[in-house]
Design a protein around this ligand. Sequence first.
Ligand code: ZN
Length: 293
Amino acid sequence: MSTVSSEPETDSVKRSSCSSPSSDEAKAEPLHGLKLASHAPLERAQSAGRLKCPKCGGSRMFYCYTCFSLVGVSQQEIPLVKLPIKIDIIKHPNETDGKSTAVHAKLIAPEDVTVYTYPCIPEYDSDRQNVVLVFPGPESVTVKEMAKQLIELPEKGLSDPTDAPCPKKPRREGEPEEEKCTESQQEICALQRVVFIDSTWNQTNKIITDERLQALLQVELKTRKTCFWRHQRGSPDTYLATIEAIYYFLKDYHMQYLSEEYRGEYDNLLYFFVYLHKLINSAKKAAEMCVAE
Ligand SMILES: [Zn+2]
């Protein structure tokens, strides 16, 4: 049995489509072949056991999910990833912090990720041609269809109908100067920000009906299945953990719009996820062996 913190273990493994060795999916194991930084710092932190978070004093392992800070691991030991677009994560206030994978994104890509706790969320109305919401709704489009849909979005909801969609939008405070927009590259530069909802399947539906999110184009990641050990019974297996959704979105975006071969640029977003996934699965196997004996 591993000594991993109780958070990842409290909820027993309900299903894991990608860890069943007998299934065909084992061959296409989505977490295999990733370009990840060494997990040695996490192994060391794990053998040291839980420590107090320097900020809130809570007992934590690897990181504090309340303060978004590392615990028992130094910043230099952890990979940092620069993202091509900004990520907003809207967290449901009732979501148990220790179960959320939003913290992984904030730790690995701190410059590009902002976490909001619902109902304190930004107004996106005037940015609707540059922002999408990842959600598997009835009207959602694929990442491939996204750019075209963004350009074709009617300008409803804007107080000034002459407001041009792409070149000049009010920039958020602290946002870097990014003026790569040219006529021929409009598809590439249209998207600047992606919004993810971090909550259980039921709570997501409460957030998605918030009128501040209604203007946004919804994008669905249709082809991926979750490897999350907390996958919720009754929800589709394409309902991904937040960090999985962010990773797959960025990978698709990179291949679709940056016209570059994907070389593992964002794989380290799954740095913590893969490690915890391994721990949970080995703990699960050990438990199964105990039952079998
Ligand atoms: Zn803390």
